[in-house]
Design a protein around this ligand. Sequence first.
Ligand code: ADP
Ligand code: MG
Length: 683
Amino acid sequence: MKNKNNYDYLLSDLTKLNGVGKKTMEILKKKKVNTIFDLLWRLPKSYTDRTLVSKICDLLVDKIQTIRIVPLKYQFPRVRNLPSRVNCEDESGKIDCIFFHSYEGYVRKILPLNQEVTISGKITSYKGRYQITNPTYVSQDSSLIETVHNKYSLTEGITEKNYNKIINQILKNLPILNEWHDKEILNKFENESWNAAIVKLHDPTNIENYKASFYKRLAYDEILASFLVNSEIRKKIKKIKKTSKKFTESSHNEIVNKLNFKLTKDQNKSLIDINNDLNSNSKMFRLLQGDVGSGKTIVALISALSVVRSNFQVALMAPTEILARQHYTLAKKLFPENISIELLSSKSDNIDKKRIINDLKTNKVKMVFGTHAIFQKKIIFANLGYIIIDEQHKFGVRQRKLLSDKGGDNCDVLLMSATPIPRTLTMSVYGDMDISIIREKPNNRKEIKTYSKLESKIDDVIKFVKKEIDEESQVFWVCPLIEESKKLDHQSAVKKYEFLNKIFPNKVALLHGKIENEEKEKILNKFLNKEYSILVSTTIIEVGIDFPNANVIIIENANKFGLSQLHQLRGRVGRGDKQASCILMFKSNLSVNAKKRINILKNSNDGFEISEEDMKLRGFGDLLGFKQSGAKNFKLADPIQNEDLFILAEKQIRKIELENISIKKYKSLLKLYDQADIINDIV
Ligand code: ADP
Ligand code: MG
């Protein structure tokens, strides 16, 4: 059975395994376990020593123990929801088995009277009598229970015993894979081979042994695999040849001369990166990363004009129409009048749409703004040379790859994102792209004053809001996000709207997830036109929209949000010249930990710094947008605990890229860890 270097066994489905029937397979499929390899990544959570069989008189309370007993009498309740009770004994004493939520028939079946059974579970004591409530194991066959059990989290429908059997079978049949790491690297992990490490991973005594070499080796495998895939995609895209774009400084100056501010150093540096890419013979695939308000749009528009000047068309895609419109309006102001640009909106009438589509085809329109609708099949560009995508942090590697393919080889791609992520994660999230970062904020920006307030002090907040409204400011009022219930979510916003509307009649607008997109845009536009002073909403307003007149943001139940998210919400205000404020409201006094979090926010306006702190406090899985980002979810590797491994992997990737090392030797690693289609054309 042992097949040298053959990973097929690991990637095959579960039919290969003895003792896995249709039912088991279905249960596992629901848990996203499709291959033998998948099974290996379900780690034991704990283990229980059930070998010990005590006599009732020797039982220890509050411990999991295994005993043999004889059921003597049933006591079924007359009232539903009360537990059933079975009096049992052995020669040394008495014990009651208690069953909550169990049918009478079930209890009779597993505990037939006067027959010895083995039973295992946590022992408690009530009024001097031993009890065992909903025992974990009941069986007439004591050999099924009395061993050390690995506990996996998915035993529903599969017994622990059977599950352990399956795992042991796999461990015994692991193929011997050729080592993919260099000696030098392997040394760092005490030369632990993949096979040995996997076996140790499933050894119950190794549970949570995060610091052990075998564990680190496996975590490193995982990190390296993800980095490698990204790096290969990047290399591949870079190899695509294109016609270089030729333009002069003048297009840059045409826009800059119209601005009433100077570009920051980072904006200029990003423009140099982008221009170099545009001028080169290889396709650009670049991320422009910068905190909310760091000024990415202007960088995008300057580069867009350069591309237009080099006789190519440009498409800018935004997540919503309102954002697309804002970019379009800004471009209208900044671009020379004789350059035809258009907004493709679902609201434009059909005649207009037809005209725009036709003008794109004939190269009359040079730049188009819109949502993903600009990539519909019926829209054909005469000479598309540049795609700019704003605020798409939710795109994963695969979606981005598709995008980079769009528009053909001659088409450069720039993605913009305001989601700062911790350094260690950059390679795994964005490793397929080149990156330009705008860290420095425009220096006219005033710091947003951040306060925390108890909900009981709402009168103070109202007073403050009144004052701000009298000074013509506008206010965002963000309502608590109740994850468990969309309905409640919307109710809390409605309630707050009604409450505020009484105090500020006709000055309050309401937005929540149940409002249709079109209506939503109407409301947002009215708010932008200052027809309302307060906008009550859930968190549905996307980052990116410029509300120059909004100066105050109030965030209720602020402890429901992560730091990064609070920072992004806060970034919706403070774009104008007035002093902006952010009030974080809390239901009750803050814990020491919560205070720490709030202080981080009060003391820093740097999204990157905040994201690092956020990750340390909450783990990376909860970072804003991270779950949906399509970024790989590591099973073992932890960006906080294993920072050193992330750095090591990054070094290795640089080495592979610099020395042009073939990644063929990593074939099994890549096949196993990233079963994406992308791999097929890499190795
Ligand atoms: P984001 O990076 O979040 O997309 P924007 O591009 O929307 O930020 O810019 C936010 C605001 O900052 C805009 O009103 C823009 O005009 C302004 N801005 C951009 N760059 C500068 C700068 N160098 N100095 C001053 N203000 C700037
Ligand atoms: Mg933006």
